[in-house]
Design a protein around this ligand. Structure first.
Ligand code: AMP
Length: 143
């Protein structure tokens, strides 16, 4: 199963924000959209960072709530790891495990075309395991 097949299922909308967006606006969007991370883009629409709820929690713990007035660029992760549409779920799981994050923007032809969360991966993996088990049950029943 590929990243493209997940995106076909879940859609390709990605919630993004500009580098000047305040952290309080980021928090509002995370809450309103019920998501865990927002991709940060520059004036050309290119991915230049990612901010997750973990970054916001850490920032508030270290600097206090005043930090919410700061732009997202002050605490986003700048070195963003992404995947491609043809990558497999196994590859995505390996990246998330190795780097210890739960979100992976999808970039295709230099453009942001989706985002995969660990929840998306677990859901598809569970469905696949269920299908495999069902096939095995049918095979045994008819053997
Ligand atoms: P998460 O587990 O996705 O909430 O993120 C944990 C940490 O990894 C936070 O500091 C995020 O900014 C960072 N992070 C999340 N996704 C990515 C990614 N695809 N590439 C690089 N850093 C990321």
């Amino acid at each position: 199963m590929t990243v493209a097949s997940i995106l076909t299922d879940k859609g390709r909308e990605v919630v993004t924000a500009g580098t000047d967006t305040s952290l309080s606006a980021i928090v509002e969007t995370l809450s309103e959209r019920k998501i865990g991370a927002i991709v940060v883009t520059d004036e050309d629409g290119k991915v230049c960072g990612i901010i997750s709820e973990r970054d916001v929690v850490r920032e508030i713990a270290e600097r206090g709530v005043e930090t919410l007035d700061q732009p997202v660029s002050t605490c986003m992760t700048r070195k963003v790891v992404s995947c491609g549409e043809n990558d497999t779920i196994n590859h995505v799981m390996t990246l998330m495990t190795r780097h210890r994050f739960r979100h992976l923007p999808v970039v295709s032809g230099g453009r942001l075309t989706g985002i995969i969360s660990i929840g998306d991966v677990v859901k598809r993996r569970m469905e696949q395991i269920e299908r495999d088990a069902e096939e095995l049950r049918n095979y045994i029943a008819t053997a």
